[in-house]
Design a protein around this ligand. Structure first.
Ligand code: SAH
Ligand code: SF4
Ligand code: F3S
Length: 465
């Protein structure tokens, strides 16, 4: 059901069209939203807008929202509220809010009512209509548009990439997993895979534009192709890896339940696929994993980790973990700590469980108190800090190839970038190295970061690109 609501404003205001037509997009949430904002930018530039560097000079301000946790939601409302004064001073300013949070009809309506100075509100599925919504706003109409149906994949929308050295490429949209805590399947719709050829063509185009590193994006990349004929994530990796000039292929996120042996074999054998897996474990307790509807056990999780490590000795794993899921006992939590201890993640995103309206966990009994969540989060973070330190220390004395992301020339000239397996390294260097692949030997660990110096050549295990 699509709901569109347009309100007329005074004709006087509608005539005061901004001359500058500079846009500014503020993005909350995950890489999917970052990618959508790139598309929003592309669409705006095709209708004559140009990118601004700050909110202050913009004639059009857009917020791309996230609702995965309460914290993300509050930040969005706070940021929009803060713009009221700007709008009072400059009624020509156009303000739009879109993305996951606005895909929830109720929330979109609430925001539309609470902030009458917001001109455009629309959900995730209507991005291609952004130019039309902006045109209406310039003519003095407000828009509220939420489409609850999935729409076809639109492969050919223009976009302006923001990654300096890495470009995001969507491979599948939406999610069918319905983990009981998660809002994403409700706001991103059912899983849809892009055709393999469309992904390969985009990769070729990006290489022609100068990118040598890509990140393939999906809520669950491992189930890529389940809605296509003869396509799997392993076969997609194989095809993308053949694109000439592509040096590094990353991907995220991997759901453990769909991580296949073929995918591990492809990762291990294809020279330009990076040895890093973001493998959210969520919990180390089988009882909690089952209540989360994750469809794997701690034993299965460990088995996958061991297979990955056996196939790729230099592989690094990162993860997401939730503490305080409904019914989580101290015993369950200790199981989480134990699994974190055993796996040895390079890093972890850790979250307090946040009830999301409409998800089944939100109404489960035995909700955990905030004090307990906070206390568990602290203990988990303390453990992960130790594990991250241990992980860092094993790199001292090793060399690898860093793909240089950026340089900071403020104090001392420090460049940084990642090894193929996602470890970030800082080293002395100057901005002309940005975008290059530089051999670096790790010399020491400072705070939580690796520091090194440029090396003659890389001797680091299998890291050859
Ligand atoms: N598709 C990805 C990530 C989705 S959201 C995946 O399946 O791994 C990113 C992370 O946010 C999740 O991995 C989970 O750890 C966390 N998360 C999602 N919903 C949450 C909630 N209601 N409360 C706390 N953390 C949540
Ligand atoms: Fe959410 Fe689970 Fe889907 Fe990830 S796999 S987006 S956590 S429902
Ligand atoms: Fe947030 Fe939407 Fe991503 S809810 S985590 S921006 S898919």
């Amino acid at each position: 059901m699509e709901c569109t609501n347009m309100e007329q404003k005074s004709p006087f205001l509608s005539k005061m069209i901004n001359a500058a037509r500079v846009y500014y997009i503020e993005t909350f949430g995950c890489q999917m939203n970052v990618r959508d904002s790139e598309t929003a930018a592309g669409l705006l530039e095709t209708v004559g807008f140009s990118r601004g560097t700050d909110k202050e000079s913009a004639a059009l301000i857009l917020f791309n929202t996230c609702c995965v946790r309460d914290h993300a939601e509050k930040r969005v409302f706070g940021n929009i509220g803060a713009l009221k004064e700007r709008k009072d001073e400059n009624p020509n300013l156009i303000i739009g809010v879109f993305g996951c949070m606005m895909q929830q009809q109720e929330v979109a309506e609430k925001l539309y009512k609470r902030f009458p100075f917001v001109d455009i509100v629309f959900g995730t599925n209507l991005l291609s209509r952004l130019p039309a919504f902006v045109e209406s706003a310039e003519a003095g109409s407000r828009t509220l548009a939420v489409d609850e149906n999935n729409i076809q994949i639109e492969d050919d929308l223009p976009s302006i990439r923001t990654g300096k050295i890495n470009a995001f490429v969507n491979i599948n949209y939406g999610c069918d997993n319905f983990c009981t805590y998660c809002i994403v399947p409700f706001v991103r719709g059912r899983e849809r895979s892009r055709e393999m050829q469309a992904v390969v063509d985009e990769a070729k185009k990006l290489v022609a534009e100068g990118y040598t590193e890509l990140t393939l994006l999906g809520q669950n990349v491992n189930s890529y192709g389940k809605d296509l004929i003869n396509a799997s994530f392993a076969s997609l990796l194989t095809e993308v890896s053949k694109v000439e000039g592509l040096k590094r292929i990353r991907f995220m996120t991997s759901h453990p339940k769909d991580l296949s042996d073929e995918m591990i074999a492809a990762m291990a054998s294809l020279p330009n696929v990076c040895h890093h897996v973001h493998l959210p474990m969520q919990s180390g307790s089988n009882e909690i994993l089952s209540r989360m509807n994750r469809k794997y056990t701690r034993e299965r999780y460990l088995e996958i980790v061991q297979k990955l490590q056996a196939a790729m000795p230099d592989v690094e794993l990162t993860t997401d973990i939730i503490v305080g899921f409904p019914g989580e006992t101290e015993e369950d939590f200790l199981q989480t700590l134990d699994l974190v201890e055993q796996v040895g993640f390079a890093s972890a995103f850790t979250f307090k469980y946040s009830p999301r309206k409409g998800t089944s966990a939100a109404t489960m009994e035995e909700q955990v108190t905030d004090i307990t969540k906070r206390e568990r989060l602290q203990r988990l973070n303390a453990l992960q800090e130790r594990k991250s330190r241990e992980n860092n220390e094993k790199y001292v004395g090793l060399a690898g190839i860093v793909h240089v992301e950026d340089c900071n020339t403020k104090n001392e000239p420090v460049c940084y970038g990642k090894f193929s397996n996602f470890k970030m390294v800082y080293f002395t260097g100057t901005p002309e190295l940005i975008g290059q692949y530089v051999p670096v030997t790790v010399t020491n660990v400072r705070k939580n970061s690796l520091y090194g110096k440029t090396a003659e050549s890389s001797k680091y295990k299998t890291d050859t690109n």
